[in-house]
Design a protein around this ligand. Structure first.
Ligand SMILES: Cc1cc2nc3c(=O)[nH]c(=O)nc-3n(C[C@H](O)[C@H](O)[C@H](O)COP(=O)(O)OP(=O)(O)OC[C@H]3O[C@@H](n4cnc5c(N)ncnc54)[C@H](O)[C@@H]3O)c2cc1C
Length: 322
């Protein structure tokens, strides 16, 4: 019996969340006395598979085919389930990314397994997984166990650490005769390939309606750049067309868990908190001392964002000697 991690890759590059999934699978396998393996799915991905050994995988299964170069629910489900059978896996760990959120339930359905999605805490007690995950848009956290023999778990990105271990992985290419894939992705358009991916960023500076006008956004960009972080936005400014939807944080946007989240001119509506409340340190800048965002903040600064942002950026650059 083993724990199998799904290592997500895009354009033949592993996502950070792939390493988090493998590292966490390794911890669980050690605690449960099981072996750890991983699966990589795509086209020409054999050469990248061995890298997962650094994160604790002792065996890496590869399912590769030109039809798997773009993600498809059908193709990837089949590939992962083949690896589950080969590895005799009882636990499948995958990231709760856009891909993992789509793939996890389908894999669970195929395996007749229980699933816990967007998991933020995992321990082993009495040989059993004890799972913590947010419910009701993050208002409460549920503690749960899965009772089925097979279990599927998706991990919220950036919550679990990717830890390098010493070790090498054996790579095994599985020959799978894939069923025809009925829905084919023809093209993927990446809006901004150079930016730090929001869900993987360690630092995020997010702005809301308190920035007053899109022309002022540059002040926020400069702070994000000074900190080497990514930029986020509230839905209000995305709906107003100030920022692209890919930057939206919240219930109908992205879920992020950076080390540092700075909310500038954001009131702290429950739908926004749903996407960022698991951030490690939260800083709020708002001119209203009663703004709800302060209730979940570790540090708060009451002031006009348009005055605070340039000053903060200046001081950070000074500290960095720039
Ligand atoms: C189904 C549904 C889904 C939703 N999904 C999301 C989601 O995914 N993400 C999301 O963000 N929202 C979401 N919303 C919208 C959410 O309810 C709020 O309307 C939105 O988050 C408010 O954005 P905001 O904080 O930028 O604006 P506001 O609520 O208008 O807040 C602006 C803040 O800026 C402060 N401010 C004003 N001037 C200044 C200044 N000069 N300096 C500093 N501070 C200043 C104000 O005090 C205020 O606190 C959703 C709503 C619904 C109904």
């Amino acid at each position: 019996m083993s724990v199998l991690a799904f290592a997500e890759q895009r354009n033949n590059t592993f996502r950070k969340s792939a390493f988090e999934a493998v590292s966490q699978a390794k911890i669980l396998a050690d605690q449960l006395g099981k072996t750890i393996s991983a699966v990589v799915v795509g086209s020409n991905v054999e050469n990248m598979a061995a890298e997962l050994g650094k994160y604790g995988a002792s065996k890496v299964y590869v399912v590769q085919d030109p039809t798997l170069s773009n993600y498809s629910t059908e193709g990837y489900t089949q590939a992962v389930c083949e690896a589950v059978a080969k590895a005799e896996a009882s636990i499948v760990v995958l990231p709760a990314t856009a891909m993992g959120k789509d793939l996890g339930p389908r894999v669970a359905g195929r395996l007749k397994a229980g699933i816990a999605s967007d998991v933020t805490g995992l321990t082993v007690e009495g040989g059993r997984l004890q799972i913590t995950r947010p419910m009701m848009a993050g208002k409460v956290f549920q503690k749960m166990i899965i009772k089925t023999e097979k279990q599927v778990i998706s991990l919220r990105p950036n919550v679990f650490r990717a830890t390098e271990a010493s070790g090498a992985a054996k790579v095994e290419v599985l020959s799978v005769s894939l069923n025809p894939i009925r829905a084919v992705v023809k093209e993927t358009r990446v809006e901004s390939s150079k930016k730090v991916e929001l869900t993987e960023a360690d630092t995020i500076v997010s702005g809301g309606r308190g920035l007053k006008a899109p022309e002022n956004w540059d002040l926020l960009t400069k702070l994000a750049e000074a900190l080497g972080g990514a930029q986020g936005a509230s839905r209000a400014v995305v709906d107003a067309g100030w920022r692209p939807h890919e930057e939206q944080v919240g219930q109908t946007g992205k879920t992020v868990s950076p080390q540092l989240y700075i909310a500038v001119g954001i009131s702290g509506a429950i739908q926004h908190l749903a996407g960022m409340s698991s951030s490690k340190t939260i800083v709020a800048i708002n001119n209203d001392p009663e703004a709800p965002i302060f209730k979940i903040s570790d540090y708060g600064l009451v002031g006009d964002a348009l005055e605070v942002l340039p000053e903060l950026t200046k001081q950070i650059l000074k500290l960095k000697g720039q």
